[in-house]
Design a protein around this ligand. Structure first.
Ligand SMILES: NC(=O)c1ccc[n+]([C@@H]2O[C@H](COP(=O)([O-])OP(=O)(O)OC[C@H]3O[C@@H](n4cnc5c(N)ncnc54)[C@H](O)[C@@H]3O)[C@@H](O)[C@H]2O)c1
Ligand SMILES: [Zn+2]
Length: 358
């Protein structure tokens, strides 16, 4: 698949894909930045590059997580690149989850006004979503992704073998984005999610990841810089980002998106745009992945205030993506604060039976 020129590949031999892509790009030097939790995968990729005759000028291991999405980390990374003599002919290979690819991609976007990079995703969330589409960036002052750039990688590679070490909690948070993709544009994918066992082998994950990635690739290819319908991919993220911010970025992105999806569904039901039984199907798929459907912090003034700093906000209202059917959403729907506050209060508590059983 291609996303506005960038390739997307799911592979059980990510090293071979990286070698192929570096060769095609004719980059003579390579710098590898990796999440220390996937050091073994990174070393295999580095060694295969060296064996293929490519010059790996440096490697740098990082303890990844939301905490690295900050300018101080970018500053350090840029200095490491400069010390290694990275130049326009250097390609950066970023190996890790969404936090790693978001930050390393942003460093690649700004170093010498932009050098090429490759995203090698090692989490479900990264493979299905974050590593695709060229949105890079960091958080600022507790606000998610406030600083960033569109800087597509040469390729996004889903490293299926990395899933072997991925803990259940990270598999579940990845499911939140896959269910999001299903609601946006792939009804069959939701049916698959409804019975999927997150402990499954990488082979079983492959089908889910491929379908989710296909939804993202489709929207990114049509609107790479989010001038319009790419915004549909933000379903569940208006409230989701507010919850992450209110938690001091301690709540995981996937967990926040799961509750954000419920909030968007409730707002859409209130507007007569989305049927309760489709909402219930979405919630049951989230619950099947053992994702919480509520977050006590949703009723806090901090969460509501965090909405106020959302990039998509206009005076007195927030812009939402709202589902209209499994596989279809509307974007840019202005919702008054009073409605958002009511729904957030509801999302601070578990759904009642009728919300789940409709
Ligand atoms: N750029 C985009 O378009 C986009 C889209 C969606 C999400 N995001 C961002 O992605 C981030 C979340 O990504 P994430 O959930 O991958 O988080 P993450 O990068 O923090 O990874 C989750 C955890 O898993 C560990 N890990 C990674 N790969 C592993 C493996 N194979 N085995 C064992 N442990 C492993 C990491 O060290 C980390 O502790 C958020 O910051 C979110 O804003 C970006
Ligand atoms: Zn997301």
């Amino acid at each position: 698949m291609t996303t506005g020129g960038a390739r997307y590949v799911i592979s059980s031999d990510a090293a071979a894909e990286v070698v192929r892509i570096v060769r095609r790009a004719k980059c003579s030097r390579i710098f590898v930045v990796f999440d220390k939790r996937v050091e073994a995968r990174a070393m295999e990729i580095s060694e295969r590059l060296s064996t293929a005759g490519d010059q790996v000028v440096g490697t740098h291991g990082v303890t990844a997580g939301e905490g690295i999405k900050r300018l101080s980390f970018i500053n350090r990374l840029l200095q490491i690149l400069a010390s290694a003599g990275a130049d326009k002919a250097t390609v950066i290979i970023a190996i890790g989850g969404g936090t790693l690819t978001d930050t390393v991609g942003f460093a690649a976007a700004t170093y010498m006004r932009g050098i090429p990079w490759v995203a090698v995703a090692t989490t479900v969330l990264g493979m299905a979503d974050a590593a695709i589409g060229g949105k890079t960036g960091v958080d600022l002052g507790g606000r998610k992704n406030l600083v960033g750039a569109f800087w597509p990688p040469l390729a996004s590679i889903a490293d299926l073998r990395a899933l072997a070490t991925l803990p259940p909690v990270q598999r579940r948070t990845g499911m939140a984005e896959i269910i999001k993709a299903a609601v946006i544009g792939d009804a069959r994918l939701l049916t698959m999610c409804a019975t999927f066992d997150v402990a499954s082998t990488s082979l079983a994950w492959r089908a889910l990841i491929a379908r989710s990635a296909a939804v993202k690739v489709r929207f990114v290819a049509r609107d790479p810089n989010e001038r319009g319908e790419r915004a549909k991919l933000n379903l569940g993220h208006t409230v989701g980002h507010a919850l992450e911010s209110a938690s001091g970025l301690r709540m995981s992105h996937g967990a926040a998106v799961a509750v954000g999806l419920r909030a968007a569904g409730l707002l859409s039901i209130e507007r007569g745009l989305w049927r309760p039984h489709e909402h219930a199907r979405m919630l049951r798929a989230l619950r099947h992945a053992a994702l919480a459907l509520h977050a006590p912090i949703a009723s806090s003034s901090a969460a509501f205030a965090a909405l106020g700093s959302d990039k998509k906000r206009v005076a007195g209202t927030s812009r939402f993506v709202l589902p209209t059917a499994i596989g279809a959403v509307l974007y840019g729907i202005e919702v008054p604060d009073v409605d958002v506050r009511r729904v957030m209060l509801r999302c601070s508590r578990p759904p009642r039976g009728d919300e789940l059983e409709a």
